[in-house]
Design a protein around this ligand. Structure first.
Ligand code: 5AD
Ligand code: SF4
Length: 468
């Protein structure tokens, strides 16, 4: 067989698998089901939509019940806990497979890029049928076909890739909003972080491919896109015709029918004045910035290899607030990085108080083998970390509460995202700054942008009333 490109090749394997699945359906007298379980970040979530897209094309019916004919875990390894969770869940899956030996179990994602993980899986979790990594998500149909034909376990992990395969199917979880990859990988090598090792080097998609994907999404009812990359601010620098992230945003802004643009993640070292200007004058870019701090201590930031210091970070926050006064700023903070002293920690608290985050994700430092930080001395003891973590959280929560209260009594544009899980007849939606509001509306309005009066700030969310 010869193919003109990878997409065509994978299409061929999807058709082949489809025939096999059809035969199985005939034998069993029912449809086959597939369940893709996502762990970790928005990137993985997006990859899972692509994986489910391929499985749907092959003929599997999507289910979220793990008693399925095919179960695929898309794994995360950013912190140790993520790994432990997978091993625990695999024990449970093996019990399900004992009752259904025909069941296919696949594992993919960041954890599979670690040698010691795959070794452990091969030794102690022998019931797994397919293992692949982050660089060859597009190969699922081919790997599944090999598994069907050979009857053996299939393992295919790539060290890296420069390839970006376009135009494969995707099943979206939401009809009205979608993540859009603009780049893959990371070149920053923050000293605590495993992502550059498991996601490979940074590579940007061509702007034309991004724009045409978004146009297609808009034609299919999408009003909000979330542009995804580990460091969106360095988008486009290595393309044959380099363009900046701000220029990409301007081109996306011109897409008719698209109403909201979000993006993550921004690295403070690369956040340009050009981007702030484009955001300030835009009608579509949401007033939201996720700007990971990691630590407020300039000493630790240097050891973390972050390429900015406390003062530079605070200047950025000031610039953002001046240019876009009602912007919601959120962050990531790590507590207990090796060698973190009480003074370092107090610097972090100081930045939190000055930056006044709308919300923050706080993480206890987790040692990832293979990263430089894993070998650093003075790993902070558990009780000290716990104490700092609690103190940090209480400052963050208090500020979040105060910040949420500022918009109480105003009317804001809200994208209705889902039925409220707790209150019958209510829906939940998001403001431009990413805050959540619950209010009475029909579930038929999901996907619409409406005006909502923010009647009561409840700490981290609002109760509101629709005004139109
Ligand atoms: N330990 C704790 N948190 C980490 N993060 C990345 N690596 C680690 C680690 N080893 C956090 C960072 C990053 C977020 C996605 O996860 O704060 O911004
Ligand atoms: Fe990890 Fe740093 Fe890259 Fe973010 S920028 S993915 S924290 S290495």
């Amino acid at each position: 067989m010869s193919f003109t490109n990878e997409t065509e090749k994978q299409q061929f394997y999807m058709d082949k698998c489809r025939e096999i699945v059809k035969n199985k359906e005939r034998t069993l007298g029912r449809k086959l089901t597939a369940c893709v379980v996502t762990f970790g970040c928005q990137m993985n979530f997006k990859d899972s939509e692509k994986l489910m897209g391929i499985l749907a094309q092959i003929g599997y019916e999507e289910t979220d019940d793990e008693h399925a004919d095919l179960v695929l875990y898309n794994t995360c390894t950013v912190r140790e806990n993520a790994n432990l969770k997978i091993y625990g869940r695999l024990g449970y899956l093996s019990k399900i497979k004992e009752k259904n030996p025909e069941m296919i179990i696949g594992l993919c994602g960041c954890m599979m890029q670690e040698e010691h993980v795959v070794e452990k899986l091969n030794k102690s979790y022998r019931f797994i049928d397919i293992i692949f990594g982050t660089h060859n998500v597009f190969l699922l149909a081919e790997l599944l076909y090999e598994r069907f034909i050979s009857g053996h376990k299939i393992e295919d992990i790539w060290d890296g890739t420069t390839e970006i395969v376009e135009d494969l199917p995707s099943v979206r979880k939401y009809s009205f909003k979608s993540g859009v990859n603009i780049m893959y990988g990371c070149n920053n090598f923050c000293s605590y972080c495993i992502v550059p090792y498991v996601r490979g080097r940074e590579r940007s998609r061509n702007p034309e491919d991004i724009i045409s994907e978004i146009k297609e999404l808009v034609n299919n009812g999408v009003v909000e896109v979330m542009l995804l990359g580990q460091n969106v601010n360095s988008y486009g620098k290595t393309l044959d015709n380099p363009i900046s992230f701000a220029q990409l945003l301007e081109r996306i802004e011109n897409i008719d029918g698209l109403k909201r643009i979000r993006f993550m993640t921004s690295h403070p070292k690369d956040l340009s004045d050009e981007l702030i200007e484009v955001m300030a004058k835009s009608n579509k870019i949401c007033k939201q910035m996720h700007l990971p701090l990691q630590s407020g201590s300039s000493r630790l930031l240097e050891i973390m290899n972050r390429h900015y210091n406390k003062e530079q970070y605070l200047v950025l926050v000031e610039k953002l607030r001046k240019a876009i006064p009602d912007i919601g700023i959120t962050t990531d903070i790590i507590v207990g990085f090796p060698g973190e002293t009480e003074e370092d920690f107090l610097e972090t608290l100081d930045v939190v108080k000055k930056a006044r985050y709308d919300s923050a994700f706080t993480f206890i430092y987790s040692k990832r083998s293979g990263t430089p930080a894993a070998k650093m001395p003075d790993q902070v003891t558990e009780d000290v970390v716990k104490d700092r973590f609690d103190r940090l959280l209480s400052v963050i929560n208090e500020i979040s509460r105060e910040k949420t209260a500022v918009l109480e009594g105003t009317t804001q544009e809200v994208l209705i995202e889902e039925e409220n899980k707790k209150i019958e007849g209510y829906v939940s939606g998001r403001l431009s700054n990413n805050s959540v509001v619950h209010f009475k509306a029909s579930k038929n309005d999901i996907g619409k942008i409406v005006h909502v009066y923010l009647k009561e700030a409840k700490g981290f969310y609002y109760m509101g009333e629709m005004v139109e």
